[in-house]
Every structure is written in structure tokens, then in C-alpha cells.
Design a protein around this ligand. Structure first.
Ligand SMILES: Cc1cc2nc3c(=O)[nH]c(=O)nc-3n(C[C@H](O)[C@H](O)[C@H](O)COP(=O)(O)OP(=O)(O)OC[C@H]3O[C@@H](n4cnc5c(N)ncnc54)[C@H](O)[C@@H]3O)c2cc1C
Ligand code: FES
Length: 275
């Protein structure tokens, strides 16, 4: 059998169980699936919208029968997903990729921006159950774009941790970039791990801060994805294929591709573009 004929790569057609509006532009879609119910934070699936596209989405939650994805409406495929109702069908492949390595104890800093909060909230829920102390920094452009702050507040408080909210326009929490608040905090507090997900310049800044303060670091990256199984090359980041080597990378891995990370990505024609 060839390497890409795996169980995860088989296309399953599943009905939507439920759709839930999370904020002005993000909807969570729930579905049953035997493989996705076992997904770990940071893993993603490919969702096929017949006649339109197949796009990558992080798993945002798992439950005994299945999982969910939380989709921001940004273009044709995500608009089509937002229009779906309970009972409508989607095609799924996955889960794919390496998820976050979970700390079993200690104190962690989670820093998320925009839709980066989607896999990080799932991660936070798992870490809270393990008893890890979590300082969760949730950033967005505006209050309307913030995600999951009720859930994040609860999970952070569980083990004497805290949530810090930032918005670029000051409509909620501290008015600053989430990285500025993280920079201030890292001078005062010690952490065993930093987890990050969000726009790439934000993750690049967090990598620099993790290096400066000598803290272990993991970040979940996005690149264009087509096959999701290491064949097509559309997700290359230097020597890595983000779909199979990532999407979660460590400090050492990102240091090895420092000329590419935060600087360049491929477009759909394979052309290298500045980020
Ligand atoms: C590993 C991974 C996890 C992701 N998780 C989430 C998530 O949890 N929630 C969420 O809302 N979004 C997530 N995304 C981004 C999501 O895939 C894009 O927003 C979506 O593909 C846009 O499709 P569209 O047709 O609506 O918009 P388009 O107008 O076609 O695209 C808008 C932008 O989305 C990106 N995009 C489009 N197609 C792809 C593709 N095949 N692969 C990667 N990026 C693409 C490009 O940057 C493009 O400029 C994730 C992406 C990756 C790579
Ligand atoms: S998406 Fe094809 S190699 Fe990664």
C-alpha cells in the first residue's frame, strides 16, 4: 500500500450536527467522526466543499463522538461553510500533522492572536485538565473579533493562572498588540513553555522573546495546503513541509528556517512571496 493510502487520508462524508456563531465572523461546526474525535490540539483536517474547494481547518474541540472546527468567514469556501445548516454534508480528510507537545506540569504562557485562538483554546483545555498553570494572552484587532474569552477565562483560573485580553483599538482589555503585553510580562514572570498561534509576524516576535528569555517555545503555522500529506510541496517552509513536519514547530526547528519563517511563503503558483 502506498504511504498516502492511510485511514486518516480517506475521504469521509459526514452530516453537520450543529453550527454555533462564536463572534461576528466565526462559526463552529460540529460533526461526528471516529478519527477526528481522537485528534490532539494543533492537528488539522481538510474540508471538502463539493464543486468549490478543499481547505485546511484546525480542530477546535473534541467530544466522545466527534470534533468541531471554528471557521472565520474570509472568502468563498469559508462563506459556503458558514451557510451550512445541521444535516448538511461535508467531506473531511484527516486529522493531519503534529500537534502541540503537552506540558504535564509547571507554568505556561499561551499567546494567541485572532483565529490563532482556535487551536490554542483547545490546547488550553487539555493543559488545564493536566493541572498546568496557564497564563493565557488573548489578542484581537477589536472586541468583536475576540474568541472564546469565556472558556479561556475559566480554564486559566482553574490552576491559579490568569487571562489577559488585548485589542489593537482598546475596545476590550489592554490597548496594545498582544506581543507588547507578552514582552512586559516576560520581564516579570518565569515560564516553562510559550505556546503561540496567530499572524506570522506575531509568532516571529514571540520566537524572538522566547530566545531572549530562554524559554521553550512551540508555534502552530499556516501555509497553503492542498494534499496535506507531504506530496505537493505547496506548504514548504525552508526544508519543512508544514502539513507533515508541522503545523506545530519548536524553537529549534524555527531557528533552522529563520531565513524563511516570518519572511516568505509560497502562493498557489509556487512563487515565493514576502509576508
Ligand atoms: C493548518 C491550518 C489551519 C487552519 N485553521 C483555521 C481555523 O481553525 N479557522 C479558520 O478560520 N481558518 C483556518 N485556516 C485558514 C483557512 O484555511 C483559510 O482561511 C481558508 O482556506 C480560506 O478559504 P476561502 O475560500 O474562504 O478564502 P480565499 O479567499 O480563497 O482565501 C483567503 C486566504 O486564506 C488562505 N487560504 C486559502 N486557501 C488556502 C489553503 N488551501 N491552505 C491554506 N490557506 C489557504 C490564503 O491566505 C488566502 O489568501 C487554517 C489554515 C491552515 C494552513
Ligand atoms: S500540502 Fe502538499 S506537501 Fe504539504
Amino acid at each position: 500500500m502506498s504511504v498516502w493510502h492511510t485511514e486518516a487520508n480517506s475521504l469521509r462524508v459526514v452530516p453537520l450536527k450543529k453550527a454555533k456563531q462564536e463572534n461576528s465572523s466565526v462559526k463552529t461546526l460540529f460533526f461526528d467522526d471516529e478519527l477526528c474525535r481522537k485528534a490532539v490540539p494543533g492537528q488539522f483536517i481538510m474540508i471538502w466543499i463539493p464543486g468549490l474547494d478543499e481547505i485546511p481547518m484546525s480542530i477546535s474541540y473534541t467530544f466522545p463522538q466527534g470534533a468541531s472546527v471554528s471557521v472565520e468567514k474570509v472568502g468563498p469556501a469559508t462563506e459556503a461553510l458558514h451557510a451550512l445548516r445541521a444535516g448538511d454534508l461535508i467531506g473531511i480528510r484527516g486529522p493531519f500533522g503534529n500537534g502541540f507537545r503537552l506540558m504535564k506540569k509547571g507554568s505556561v504562557l499561551i499567546v494567541g492572536g485572532g483565529t490563532g485562538l482556535i487551536p490554542l483554546t483547545f490546547l488550553g483545555e487539555k493543559l488545564a485538565k493536566l493541572g498546568v498553570k496557564i497564563t493565557f494572552m488573548a489578542g484581537a484587532k477589536t472586541k468583536e473579533k475576540l474568541l472564546f474569552t469565556d472558556k479561556i477565562g475559566l480554564l486559566a483560573r482553574k490552576n491559579r493562572g490568569k487571562m489577559i485580553v488585548t485589542t489593537d483599538d482598546g475596545s476590550c482589555g489592554i490597548r496594545c498588540l498582544v506581543t507588547d503585553a507578552a514582552e512586559e510580562l516576560l520581564v516579570k514572570e518565569k515560564f516553562d513553555m510559550i505556546y503561540a498561534c496567530g499572524p506570522e509576524p506575531m509568532m516571529y516576535k514571540m520566537l524572538s522573546l522566547a530566545e531572549k528569555h530562554n524559554v521553550a517555545f512551540q508555534a502552530s503555522l499556516e501555509r497553503l495546503m492542498r494534499c496535506a500529506m507531504g506530496i505537493c510541496g505547496s506548504c514548504m517552509l525552508g526544508k519543512f513541509r508544514v502539513c507533515v513536519d508541522g503545523p506545530v514547530f519548536t524553537k529549534a526547528q524555527l531557528r533552522a528556517v529563520k531565513d524563511e519563517f516570518g519572511r516568505f511563503k509560497l502562493n498557489f503558483n509556487g512563487k515565493r512571496l514576502k509576508i
